[in-house]
Design a protein around this ligand. Sequence first.
Ligand SMILES: [Zn+2]
Length: 403
Amino acid sequence: MQMDRRSWLAALGAGAASTVAGRAAGAGEAACPSGDGPLRLQDFRPRSMLHAKETRVPTPRFPVIDVHTHFTFARGGRGGAAPDDAIAFNTTAKDALAVMDRKGVRAAVNLTGGFGRGLQQAIDAFDRAHPGRFHTCTEPTWGAFADPRYSQLQADAVEGAARAGAKGLKVLKALGLYLRERGREGPLVQVDDRRFDPMWEACAAHRLPVYIHVSDPEAFFLPIDCTNERYDELGHHPDWSFHGKDFPSHREIMEARDRVLARHPKTLFVGLHVGHDAENLPFVSESLDRFPNLTVELGARIGELGRQPRASRKFFEAYQDRIFFGTDAVPPPEGETTPQQVFKDELYEIYYRFLETEDEYFDYAPAPVPPQGRWRIYGIGLPDGILKKVYYENAERLLGLGA
Ligand SMILES: [Zn+2]
């Protein structure tokens, strides 16, 4: 069953006729609905009665490199086929630097820098204007996929992007879930399609890491019903559901990705969102053990890591040299629709609290209702040695900075 936003709202009892009366809400105080009817899930705002320690971490213990931000986007790129090389700016370098300076973020990797002319504009506005603070990556030109010469064109584009100053290649989940043989039509193109082999190899040749995001949370591949732990989130973003239709399963996408990792051992892959499977740390660990060319990043998954703090802590201990700090930050106003990745001070403070403290049961996103699922998280209190690696030492190696 596929649920659109309207039927989801109806199922929650919301909609145009719905009103929330009750007491006026003050600062930090939720408005409860009046009347004797049953309380609706969307109105439930439980206030924790735990007298738990609350540590504010305004700045990180060590400087941070955020390897996962979206300060620009290739126009139309997310739907699977960018029609041209135009780029959209989500922020200015000046505004981004203000947040970064306040929050101890030394440098940020802007993953979605587009390609061609747009890439050049992004690099000029960020990397060249503020050397050392921004590292912009290129993206595949999905719009050219139907061209019979695509394989070579794409490999050449990677080479051109490297020469223009790109610091990596970003592959969005468009690969495997949106991109089809004829752009938006025809069968879905598989993650391990041979036509991308020259692109992966070009990345190795030009020493560009591949920041890859394929698949999505496991629950996005399941029916949107009363058992789905991301019911709220899928209600807000029904287009994130990959259940049914002709979508492959989460497992099938992971297997296709693994074939790519195996086939291109000289290409370095950064598996975004904790290797695209933060719910399944045993699987991610197994992947890291199998593929020395795989590393991972944390963006938008502290909600998963923080609700299994003991397993997460062990994961960080075991793979401390292969984990990068990242947030998946998208500047407001667009970022506000996904509070777990909104580029602002509060978001960074939550990440620092998660990594540095042993605080218990706190929100993983700056939002009144936890946006990815109704749970809270626990800090994992990393020791200084691991924290330094995750915050910046590993990223320095990735970006070829330092010595
Ligand atoms: Zn992202």
